[in-house]
Write a protein that binds this ligand. Structure first.
Ligand code: NDP
Length: 470
């Protein structure tokens, strides 16, 4: 008789939990997974998937406009939010079923309900206790809301994805991934969108040229970006209008306010600290490079560990863990060189160091930038530009970062991420033949370095010095 009911018990059937459980199951481990919501987690039901479907839906607005330049006469298009919602929800139902089947096919037992750790080998779900040799915490994260009066009137990305009606006027607080993505969706669908930023601009942590360019493009699309704007209080009027009082004393009237101010790991009420699992000051489970917590047989992957909070990273962490534990193949996931994309309009793709990081870490770098009007818009007439940037270590010629803002950036950056992971050099980019005519070919045809700001300043100082020399 085995000592425990299962070899692995996973709490949370999102991207990381499902990936680890299925991989473990495929190696013959006896695995159970518990979930108190739909199967697939944030990515499938409250994040990447529904968001991307809304991004596709929203983009038709620009496509209809652009068609005219190519000879099409498009009658005034109309949009039905409820139809898009219904179609999206049907797809999410389908995916819930797909995930259930995938678990079943891998021999993973699904236990529906909220799990709580009772001791290092026991999880309680719906009053029933299950034992396992190893536990995996993969409970994800939830949106953070600051404590201000009236915050209960605000929505988060969860609510924004399934609003019963399209708001006429929308305020978005926060200019990170979610803020700019939802600004793009709702602006294209016809809402008047304002973004309230606590800093100067959007996408902190991204390359400054990308941030600057995206800011310009968002403004061109009519999004009202308000830097250094803080909400003090939200009041709901009897007619449903929300009145936002800013710290400067202004009042902004909107139909909905969306807070996209970061996410918090889901660790409350799980019983983790009680059994000795250490959390950090943000409430995230602390793990080592093997995703092991401070309790020897308890592991954690994905957003709950607050490392790189992206679906493919959670999946990779989960699979690496299953390899290590159940396939005699010790595998650490390498968190460097992870590409990411922001599905704003135009979208952003990025991998590797920003220019500032590269200068700090590697000293002298060469920077290549290409800023152009995409061919499609020569006929569509749309005033939208694309920017691509390559950062190269001067001494070795190795590429340190690829960045892009413009149509298809997420698709293009994926290939560049492979190259970066393989240690591509600028010489190898130069030796690669471009595919013409594409935007992607710019990454292999850039020739002119941008003048180095420090060298340019030194030259300037040299020029200044000349008159004094006489
Ligand atoms: P981000 O951390 O990306 O951005 C948070 C934004 O909110 C920042 O602009 C931040 O300002 C601002 N902010 C934070 N706290 C406050 C506050 N108290 N008041 C006002 N503004 C505040 O978080 P998101 O919520 O946008 O997304 C959460 C995470 O989900 C992302 O970091 C990413 O890991 C993941 N995600 C990934 C996506 C993708 O891969 N395409 C899509 C969506 C989410 P400041 O810049 O000053 O810090």
């Amino acid at each position: 008789m085995p000592q425990y009911d299962f070899d692995l018990f996973t709490i949370g059937a999102g991207s990381g939990g499902v990936a680890a459980s299925r991989r473990a199951g495929s190696y013959g481990a006896r695995v159970a997974i518990c979930e108190d919501s739909r199967i697939g987690g944030t990515c499938v039901h409250r994040g990447c998937v529904p968001k991307k479907l809304l991004v596709y839906g929203a983009h038709f607005h620009a496509d209809f406009e652009d068609a005219a330049g190519y000879g099409w006469s498009v009658p005034e298009p109309t949009f039905d939010w409820t139809k898009l919602q219904a179609a999206k929800n049907k797809e999410l139902d389908r995916l819930d079923g797909v995930y259930r089947r995938l678990l079943r096919d891998s021999g993973v037992q699904l236990i529906e309900g909220r799990g709580r750790v009772v001791d290092a080998h026991t999880v309680e779900v719906g009053g029933k206790r299950y034992t396992a040799e190893r536990l995996l915490v993969a409970t994800g994260s939830h949106p953070f809301l600051p404590e201000i009066p009236g915050i209960e009137h605000a929505i988060t990305s969860d609510g924004a994805l399934s609003l019963p009606e399209l708001p006429r006027r929308l305020a978005i607080v926060g200019g990170g991934y979610i803020g700019v993505e939802f600004a793009g969706i709702f602006n294209a669908l016809g809402a008047k969108v304002m973004m309230l930023l606590r800093g100067e601009t959007v996408l902190r942590g991204f390359d400054n040229d990308i941030r600057g360019m995206l800011t310009q493009e968002l403004r061109k699309k009519g999004i009202d970006l308000r830097p250094e704007t803080f909400i003090r209080d939200i009041e709901k009027r009897p007619d449903g209008t929300l009145s936002l009082l800013t710290r400067m004393g202004d009042t902004l009237e909107v139909d909905a306010v969306l807070y996209a101010t970061g996410r918090v790991p889901n660790t409350k009420g799980l019983g983790l600290e009680e059994v000795g699992v250490r959390l950090n000051e943000r409430g995230a489970v602390q793990v080592d490079e093997w995703s092991r917590t401070s309790v020897e047989n308890i592991y954690a992957v994905g957003d709950v560990t607050d490392r790189i909070n992206l679906t493919p990273v959670a999946i990779a962490e989960g699979r690496a863990l299953a390899e290590t534990l159940f396939h005699d193949n010790p595998t650490k996931f390498d968190h460097t060189g992870v590409a990411s994309a922001v599905f704003c309009q135009p979208p952003v793709g990025t991998v590797g160091c920003t220019e500032n990081q590269a200068r700090e870490r590697y000293g002298q770098v060469d920077v290549y930038v290409s800023n152009f009007r995409p061919m499609k818009h020569t006929l569509s007439g749309r005033d939208e530009r694309t920017m691509m940037k390559v950062i190269v270590e001067r001494a070795s010629g190795r590429v340190l970062g690829f960045h892009m803002v413009g149509a298809d950036a997420p698709e293009i950056i994926q290939g560049m991420a492979v190259a970066l992971k393989c240690g591509v050099t600028k010489k190898q980019l130069d030796a690669t033949v471009g595919i013409h005519p594409t935007a992607a070919e710019e990454f292999v045809t850039m020739r002119d370095k941008r003048p180095d700001p420090e060298e340019a300043a030194a030259q300037e100082r040299g020029r200044d010095a000349v008159p004094h020399a006489h």
